[in-house]
Design a protein around this ligand. Structure first.
Ligand code: ZN
Length: 277
């Protein structure tokens, strides 16, 4: 039997993707770093250049991080676009959507000195036009705000539905189920904003989850981009009764009849147990 695995032969992956680039990300990134985990942070470049803040319904003032701290803070994690100014996108023309996505991508690339591949939609808006604009702006994937509540990874890179928001009622059950699922390529993706860890008093619960991920030998921490690229490569693999052909540029991992095997980029392995020799 052939079962697909994540890199290094891990059967499960964990990703946390947080939006808005807010002050509480400092504490949150420290937590991720303490446990050796990677996150994805979706930023609005234009709101870093102003002292933007708003008042949460719990009375807390939510503040954005300024540009001069973000480069050091997010080092080792993925930074992605969340539009220039976090607008309600249904009010925007196609040209304005292209500007919000394309200019934010360009600004973040300038600030961070690296290519920005990911886009996460602000609020809960979705239209096929957003996905199309993300593609045309050169993004590798577009993450939506719709929650999937499954461990099955998304298959549409430009309609990447979220796993579960950490403030959703089903969140605790969603995470609990992940430790026990036997879903192939199981993915636990947590979406949200770090200010809600303050507002909902969830820091302790979140730290327990991160600690368990770090201590779980069968779970790999991946960024959203790493997941998209790996899963895309996995979808292109040709798996037959005779063997596996990996036509992608990524090393792919499988469990074949109980043996963990990697197939290098562009390589073919025969099912006749080449990998045992
Ligand atoms: Zn947002």
């Amino acid at each position: 039997m052939i079962k697909k695995l994540y890199p290094h032969g891990k059967p499960k992956a964990f990703n946390i993707t947080y939006d808005d680039g807010v002050l509480q990300d400092v504490r949150f990134v420290e937590l991720l770093n303490r446990y050796g985990l990677k996150g994805t942070f979706n930023l609005n470049s234009e709101l870093m250049w102003q002292e933007f803040s708003w008042t949460h319904e719990c009375g807390m003032e939510v503040k954005r991080l300024p540009q001069h701290v973000v480069v050091d803070l997010y080092r080792g994690h993925e930074v992605a676009s969340h539009t220039l100014t976090h607008p309600y996108m249904h009010d925007l023309s196609e040209g304005e959507i292209m500007y919000q996505l394309g200019q934010d991508k360009a600004n973040l690339e300038w600030i961070f000195g690296q290519r920005i591949h990911g886009f996460a939609v602000p609020f809960t808006y979705y239209s096929p036009l957003i996905a199309e604009c993300a593609r045309r702006c050169g993004f590798t994937y577009a993450r939506m705000s719709e929650e999937r509540y499954t461990y099955e990874p998304p298959t549409d890179d430009y309609y990447w539905a979220a796993g579960a928001f950490h403030i959703s009622p089903g969140f605790t059950d969603f995470v609990q189920g992940f430790w026990h699922t036997d879903q192939e390529l199981a993915l636990c993706q947590i979406v949200g904003h770090s200010y809600d860890l303050d507002a909902e008093n969830m820091w302790e619960q979140m730290e327990e989850i991160l600690k368990r991920v770090a201590e779980s030998p069968d779970v790999l921490s991946m960024t959203n981009l790493e997941l998209v690229q790996y899963l895309r490569a996995m979808r292109s693999a040709q798996i037959t009764e005779e063997g596996i052909w990996n036509s992608s540029e990524e090393e792919l991992w499988f469990n074949i009849d109980g043996n963990v095997v990697s197939v290098g980029a562009g390589e073919y392995i025969s099912r006749s147990y080449d990998y045992l020799s």
